[in-house]
Design a protein around this ligand. Structure first.
Ligand SMILES: Nc1ncnc2c1ncn2[C@@H]1O[C@H](COP(=O)(O)OP(=O)(O)OP(=O)(O)O)[C@@H](O)[C@H]1O
Length: 346
């Protein structure tokens, strides 16, 4: 380690921009060059050891940010430091200090058994044998990979492959882990296992984690802080509860009763739908579901229930609506990041 990357700003972005120039055919001989501002002046600091969510709608600029943080893309403007280094200038050196997992594609060798992929990772990063072995043993145990080590990657289920990918990203002891949709497409049990493991890696090894996800439960269970990006700009930076408050978002309790009944009336929730014995009740996303569940269970013949999180898209849309309302109907998007408990201001 070079001693750089102080506590306040292990990952630092100052006014970072990324503009893509896209050529488009507009006629037989004519080409038009269009600029896409994927990232439009983003600044933030992430301290060492933090676990931060980085969320936003499709096309918001999340992957582009992560690619700049790994050095794969060079910013068009602004300044990035990760662990004291400039990622695009010192990409190879930085690669030894970061791990990356893309949920939508694997970094493992498709035709090789997992075990051999891990040997290749060791050679690629020149990880000392003893350290590699210790890391592998730990990942195998915590991610329950033992029975899968001799299975070719192509034969693994999505959840198994994801666990395999996460292990591969950690064998060289990275100080930073970028996770792009690490729970996408996983079943409930696999999601829980992956989250538990990530929590552990962050808490015990102090790995700094930046997590991109469409699943707000990932954020709720893993991150104290969430940054929201939209149209290449940071529009919120704070706690998840604050985001729900700013967005006025609601979660939905799906209740299965023994039989059809009148819409459930209970304080703190409003009925939104009834279909036979199943009912849907909305309640503020920042509130706990536990007292509601207790009241419903005491008064109604409850069989089963589940809680649905609001969509990120919905939360952001509501945030804009409220921001516009607060500013007296301004048509612009919130132009700077707002903090927990705050509302967007111009
Ligand atoms: N190589 C590229 N060339 C041109 N435009 C690009 C390129 N990469 C990304 N973009 C554009 O930049 C914008 C941001 O894309 P990016 O992939 O960063 O979004 P995202 O937030 O990761 O979205 P998703 O959740 O869908 O993955 C989009 O409009 C996208 O079309």
């Amino acid at each position: 380690m070079d001693g750089s990357g102080d506590v306040d700003g292990f990952i630092e972005l100052d006014g970072v921009e990324k503009v893509f120039r896209v050529r488009r055919r507009t006629g037989r001989w004519r080409r038009e060059v269009r600029e896409v501002r994927a990232v439009d002046g983003i600044s933030f600091r992430v301290p060492r050891g933090a676990m931060v969510g980085y969320i936003g709608p499709n096309g918001a600029g999340k992957s582009t940010t992560i690619k700049m943080l790994t050095g794969v893309l060079t910013p068009s403007g602004g300044r990035i430091r990760v662990a004291g280094t400039d990622p695009s200038r010192e990409r190879v050196r930085l690669a030894r200090r970061i791990g990356v997992v893309f949920g939508q594609r694997t970094t493992l060798w498709w035709d090789l058994p997992l075990r051999e992929s891990y040997v290749l990772v060791r050679r690629l990063y020149r990880v000392p044998e003893a350290r590699w072995r210790a890391n592998l043993e730990r990942c195998v145990e915590l991610l329950e990979l033992g029975a899968l080590l001799d299975v070719p990657v192509r034969q693994l289920s999505l959840g198994q492959r994801m666990r395999g990918d996460i292990a591969a990203a950690l064998l060289h002891d990275p100080e930073v882990l970028y996770l792009d949709e690490p729970t996408i497409g996983l079943d409930v049990v696999s999601k829980a296992r992956v989250r538990e493991f990530l929590r552990n890696v962050n808490a015990e090894r102090g790995v700094t984690v930046l997590l991109t996800t469409h699943d707000l439960t990932d954020i709720e269970q893993l991150c104290d802080r969430v940054m929201v990006i939209d149209h290449g700009r940071l529009v919120y930076d704070g706690g998840l509860e604050g985001l729900h408050r700013v967005g006025g978002s609601e979660r939905v309790l799906v209740v299965d009763l023994e039989r059809e009944a009148e819409p459930i009336r209970v304080e703190g929730a409003r009925p939104v739908r009834v279909e036979g014995p199943r009912q849907w009740l909305a309640f503020p996303a920042g509130a706990s579901a536990a007292p509601l569940v207790a009241r419903i269970a005491a008064e109604y013949p409850l069989v089963d229930l589940s809680v649905r999180e609001p969509d990120i898209e919905d939360v952001i849309a509501r945030m804009y609506e409220r921001g516009a309302a607060v500013r007296g109907g301004g048509e612009d998007a919130p132009s700077r990041a707002v903090d927990a408990g705050d509302v967007p201001t111009a």
